[in-house]
Design a protein around this ligand. Structure first.
Ligand SMILES: C[S@@+](CC[C@H](N)C(=O)[O-])C[C@H]1O[C@@H](n2cnc3c(N)ncnc32)[C@H](O)[C@@H]1O
Length: 278
């Protein structure tokens, strides 16, 4: 039984660990956030629940969305992440919510390992939110998830938008690389700089920053928290991005139909729901 969140410090001492960030997030996870996360899944897929559906979560992070798939009555859920700390988070949630491990399987593995993915089988819903652009080989990862999608199955994907305004995506790549390659103190300074920049942006748009941060994760969001998302954004390196056209052309050329598209305003994630045509 996984009764506590284990920190895999040795492996991730130098490297940014998404999973470690998720561990802090889970400490403040409440029912309201879970309901918002569930709603994000049902709204985007236009399904009331996941009854009789199989669901695979590639790059499960905190495990929150895999948990939601279970709570939405999915028949089978598989969570995969390359980061042991994320795997530990998902196991913690499975244990906390007493979900049967035969229904919710949690595995360490990579979206770049095509043989490993092929061995998982085929799924009605393949979910990979904010993951494949962090693998270092985004286009290979985008290709690798295809065999996981069952006939008439869906792919729910979120990929960073190519932003050409200021600061553009290439500049963000440099900032993220710098953040990821430095230790705690420098990271904290960058975090403070980023948060100040964000707050100035809010003020410039006439928004109340306190209200915005308090309500973060509610409006159109997925139950996430402002600070954890900020750290996730800065530390998320490798970092790649693509225009909606590039992604739609890529899957269109592989016999997928775009069902839903939610465009990012700036450098955030574009969200796509593709259906396999057969
Ligand atoms: C930004 S988080 C997103 C987590 C989750 N999908 C969500 O929506 O909250 C990215 C996750 O992708 C994972 N990841 C990065 N590279 C990966 C790879 N090659 N294979 C599987 N997971 C990977 C990270 O460890 C991290 O947990």
């Amino acid at each position: 039984m996984d009764e506590k969140l284990e920190l895999y410090e040795d492996i991730y001492k130098k490297k940014f660990s998404f999973g470690k960030n998720w561990q802090f997030f889970l400490k403040k996870l409440d029912n309201k956030k879970i309901e918002l996360a569930k709603k994000s899944l049902t709204d985007f897929t236009k399904l009331k629940n996941f009854k009789d559906k199989t669901f695979i979560d590639i790059g499960c992070g905190s495990g929150l969305f895999s948990l939601c798939a279970c709570l939405l009555n999915a028949e089978k859920v598989i969570s995969i992440d390359v980061d042991e700390n994320s795997v530990s988070c998902a196991k913690y949630l499975r244990n906390k919510f007493k979900i049967n491990p035969e229904i919710w399987e949690i595995k360490t593995g990579s979206a770049l390992d095509s043989d490993f993915l092929k061995n998982q089988g085929e799924f009605d819903i393949v979910y990979s939110w904010g993951v494949l652009h962090h693998t270092g080989y985004m286009w290979k990862a985008l290709e690798n998830v295809i065999p996981l999608i069952a006939k008439d199955g869906s792919l729910y994907l979120a990929i960073y938008n190519e932003f050409k305004g200021f600061p553009n995506s290439k500049t963000w790549a440099k900032i993220k690389k710098f953040y990821s390659n430095h230790g705690k103190i420098i990271r904290k300074i960058i975090e403070m700089g980023y948060i100040s920049y964000y707050i100035l942006g809010l003020l410039a748009h006439g928004k109340n920053p306190i209200k915005y941060i308090k309500n973060y994760g509610q409006k159109g969001a997925r139950g996430m928290s402002f600070y954890r998302d900020a750290v996730d954004w800065l530390g998320g390196y490798p970092y790649e991005f693509a225009s909606t056209k590039e992604i739609i052309d890529f899957y269109g050329g592989k016999n997928f139909k775009l069902i839903t598209l939610k465009k990012a305003k700036r450098e955030g994630c574009n969200q796509y729901l593709f259906q396999k045509n057969d």
